[in-house]
Design a binder for this molecule. Structure first.
Ligand code: GLV
Ligand code: MG
Length: 350
């Protein structure tokens, strides 16, 4: 364990100083794109202003034969895309793969500072983050970067979940975590073959009534609730951001929206979008509802210095509930700085 005094020292001579806080930037969706696909890459200038984070995927989903083309595509995008306020991330191959080291060199050195955050899959414990942390520092020093690159870990193994607090606190580079339901399900031997979302077999059933043969009400439960809630607590305790990961049933926008909303309500800041249709879903879900913003504004105004208790529309408000309102207002304000439509909707225009 590094002593607290040394925690914020660069891990290589000439590497930039680590950040003390995760930069506050809109992060409602991490939009995955295959960087080896020229048609997709040619549309990025139009797409960039519509998403908060673009991610050049090098890992799962990219066939082994395309790994080098995807890496070269990522470097090309990082060097040439005019991304404005949009963040550009990449997901490297896992630490035990034959591609990871070259992915790291490309993302830090060849990308010439164009990558904001490296997403590291299948992180099992703090030792994985320590390795990436030192390696990235060495590469940053070699590239002469003046701004540190963040690390985002995917929580997708049982060991990763067991070590989630230590992973979040392993480096000042840690930007956040995503839940990876597909790999996690496989690793845990869960018996679902779906990429995220619920399962009709995972349910609770009402007790039998007087007529033992009458149908009994059932309700599907959320397979991911425990992991998501645990991940959010670990992230918040360490001052980093939590994201829901992929929802694979692209055609089922309704269930995708439900999954994203559960994550939003539990404390996540965003989710992955694997298809353009999921960008709008994420934008809708992870931007606060107008009615919530209006309610929050009324409570904050009514609460004055934020202490005491009062009744508003028959409901009790106090020091704690006004803090909940500040969470919603803070997010609305932050998103409005980037999105004039939201600023107008929430009434933040001058
Ligand atoms: C994402 O990487 C997942 O495995 O769900
Ligand atoms: Mg995965």
């Amino acid at each position: 364990m590094r002593p607290p005094k040394d925690f914020f020292l660069p891990l290589a001579l000439g590497a930039p100083e680590p950040l003390r806080e995760v930069p506050v930037r809109p992060s409602r969706m991490i939009h995955f794109f295959p960087a080896s696909n020229e048609k997709v890459v040619s549309k990025l200038p139009d797409l960039a202003p519509k998403v908060d984070i673009l991610l050049a995927n090098l890992e799962d989903g990219v066939p082994a034969g395309d790994k080098e083309a995807a890496r070269a595509g990522m470097v090309h995008v990082a060097r040439t895309l005019d991304k404005g306020e949009t963040q550009l991330w990449t997901r490297v191959n896992s630490l035990d793969s034959p591609w990871c080291l070259d992915d790291m060199v490309a993302a830090v050195v060849e990308a010439e500072g164009g990558i904001d955050v490296i997403m590291v899959p299948k992180v099992e414990g703090p030792e994985d983050i320590h390795y990436v942390d030192r390696l990235v520092a060495q590469l940053e020093a070699r590239a002469g970067l003046d701004r540190p690159i963040g690390i985002h870990a995917i929580l997708e193994t049982a060991r990763g979940v067991a070590n989630v607090e230590e992973i979040c606190g392993a480096s000042p580079r840690m930007q956040g975590l995503s839940l990876g339901p597909a790999d996690l399900a496989a690793n845990r031997r869960m018996k679902t073959t779906r990429v995220g979302g619920g399962h009709p077999g995972y349910l609770v059933r009402a007790d039998p009534g007087e007529d033992a043969d009458a149908p009994r009400l059932t309700a599907q439960q959320d397979l991911w609730h425990y992991t998501l809630a645990r991940m959010v607590d670990a992230c918040v305790a360490h001052g980093i951001l939590a994201f829901y990961g992929p929802f694979g049933d692209i055609a089922d926008g309704v269930a995708c929206e439900d999954q994203f909303r559960n994550a939003y309500l539990l404390g996540c800041v965003g989710a992955w979008s694997l298809h353009p249709s999921q960008i709008d879903i994420a934008k809708r879900v992870f931007s606060p509802d107008l009615a919530e913003v209006e309610h929050a504004r009324r409570v904050i105004e009514a609460m004055g210095d934020g202490t005491g208790a009062l009744m508003l529309d028959g409901k009790m408000e106090d020091d704690a509930s006004v803090k909940q309102c500040h969470v919603v207002m803070g997010l609305a304000r932050q998103l409005s700085e980037r999105d004039p439509e939201l600023a107008a909707l929430y009434g933040f225009t001058a």
